[in-house]
Design a protein around this ligand. Structure first.
Ligand SMILES: [Zn+2]
Length: 244
């Protein structure tokens, strides 16, 4: 089903101290999106061994940014994946409205019901979730990261990606001693050399759930048996009717 464009108004998105003008999509933009979905799936399939939620979102934004966000913003600077996502969502709102109708398959009775995903209510932006994360042997305390080009990682470049993850760590406690992270490179080297494989994997797993992100959760109700459950979308649901 080809999506309908609902609006032609421009808007301003305020994010991370930036104020960015956005304009709605044209049919040409949207046509591109239909094709980009395959690119996203291919990228994810090619990178399966290390794709977590953050990396999936990044693959998605990398695939759509050039054609679906960049031509419709007035901004030349560097944007993080999170900022691109926010622009993408805000652009969706002014282009297509805030309601996306989904076809929800009930896990209990297998019935299919139409459910609305309301972008205004179901999408929440969150900064890094501060506080501690604990692996078996290390406690990491998180902070907001200041973004620059060096932590704008390509997910194929695992070395840079670890810099990005580590840039959110303020201090850590190891064997009852507390260390403050003053030099990022030094800390990254410590993480790579000193952490056991288990602690390293646990650290990565925990930190991706705390990064600045958008949470997209909506209750899905089954019309047949009344079962309701909260559904979490990894990225914005498709333009047209989607089967969950
Ligand atoms: Zn049901």
């Amino acid at each position: 089903m080809f999506p309908k464009l609902t609006s032609v108004r421009n808007s301003i998105v305020k994010i991370s101290g930036k104020s960015i003008n956005i304009k709605p999509w044209t049919n040409r933009n949207v046509l591109y999106y239909e094709n980009a979905k395959d690119d996203v799936q291919t990228a994810i399939n090619n990178n399966l061994e290390f794709v977590n939620i953050f990396e999936k979102k990044k693959l998605f934004m990398d695939a759509v940014f050039e054609h679906l966000v960049k031509p419709n913003i007035e901004y030349d600077g560097i944007l993080t994946t999170f900022e691109k996502e926010v622009l993408f969502i805000e652009m969706y709102k002014i282009s297509r409205g805030t309601i996306i109708t989904l076809s929800y398959s009930c896990p209990k009775c297998k019935g299919k019901s139409a459910n609305n995903f309301d972008i205004t209510k179901s999408v929440k932006y969150s900064d890094v979730k501060l506080g501690d994360i604990n692996t078996n042997n290390v406690c990491f305390t998180l902070k907001s990261s200041s973004f620059d080009e060096s932590n704008y990682p390509d997910i194929a470049d695992q070395d840079k990606l670890i810099y990005f993850y580590c840039s959110f760590v303020k201090e850590f406690t190891f064997k009852k001693e507390k260390f403050i992270v003053t030099d990022l490179t030094e800390f990254v080297n410590w993480v790579l050399e000193e952490l056991s494989e288990t602690d390293y994997n646990e650290f990565l797993e925990l930190i991706v759930t705390r990064l600045p992100s958008m949470e997209m959760k909506a209750p899905m109700k089954c019309d047949f048996c009344g079962n309701t459950e909260e559904f979490t979308c990894i990225q914005l649901p498709d333009f047209s009717l989607v089967t969950l």
